[in-house]
Design a protein around this ligand. Structure first.
Ligand code: URA
Length: 243
């Protein structure tokens, strides 16, 4: 194993699993392979399917969008949030990573993926030569914390969808990486298993989209880190083919 590969595996916390390879090792482990706006979400439609190109969200610039999100009362999550979590990173990034929704730490700080799962996400980024904030943008399906870290409901996700949709229009990323089933399911409007969505290039509004595990899940399911590594390699190769 060369030093670069070793370093990548270390970043992903994969090295011990890699060393123990046996005949029964799953195939995945062998992979080398302001102008301000007075609009509040009360005035906005409940779901993106109602959002047309002449809808206010779709003509908003970054500052308008950020302000609108910070004042949003479109769903009940606004009643329990401490902060909205808009998204973070390079607003012209080629890479967009989309998680599910803020957790407790993110709710406190107002930034996505700053807790334990965020640390792992940063390691995943490092593993493929990326860094938070540099050609990478990180966002979530919903911008407010679902209480007790439950999944966002369909109603909550729909209420928030116009914001993510506008962010994606403004960023115009080359590739979207959906982190976990909730993210992939909402972006692709599918209710399929995560495993059936991995390993393919999907599309969101004409933008290639790849599905991988959510970092919070990977913290609990160590063996699947190897599969995530495979997905990241696939995403990197896909990006290279797009450049
Ligand atoms: N999990 C997510 O999906 N998003 C975050 O911002 C943090 C944890």
């Amino acid at each position: 194993m060369n030093n670069r590969r070793k370093k990548i595996l270390q970043e992903l916390g994969l090295t011990p699993i890699w060393k123990k390879r046996t005949d029964s090792t799953p195939e995945s482990l062998t992979s080398e392979s302001r102008e301000t706006t007075s609009a509040t979400m009360k005035d906005l439609p409940a779901s993106a399917s109602e959002v047309t190109c002449d809808h206010p969200v779709h003509s908003m610039n970054w500052d308008q969008l950020k302000l609108t999100v910070s004042n949003c009362t479109a769903c009940a999550l606004c009643e329990t949030r401490k902060n909205t979590v808009f998204g973070v990173g390079d607003e012209q990034a080629d890479w967009l990573f989309v998680g599910e929704g803020p957790g407790a730490r993110e709710d406190e700080i107002g930034e996505p993926f700053v807790g334990q799962a965020g640390k792992l996400l940063d390691q995943m980024l490092t593993a493929i030569g990326l860094k938070r904030g540099s050609n990478v943008y990180i966002a979530n399906i919903v911008k407010c914390r679902p209480p007790n870290n439950r999944n966002p409901s369909d109603t909550e996700a729909s209420a928030c969808e116009p914001f993510l949709n506008r962010q994606i229009q403004l960023i115009a990323p080359k590739l979207i990486v959906a982190l976990g089933k909730v993210s992939a399911g909402n972006l692709l409007n599918r209710n399929d298993s995560l495993s059936s969505m991995r390993g393919k290039v999907h599309e969101y509004s004409g933008i290639p989209l790849i599905v991988t595990y959510h970092p919070a899940y990977l913290l609990r399911a160590l063996p699947d880190k190897a599969k995530a590594w495979k997905d990241l390699c696939f995403a990197k190769a896909t990006m290279e083919s797009l450049l």
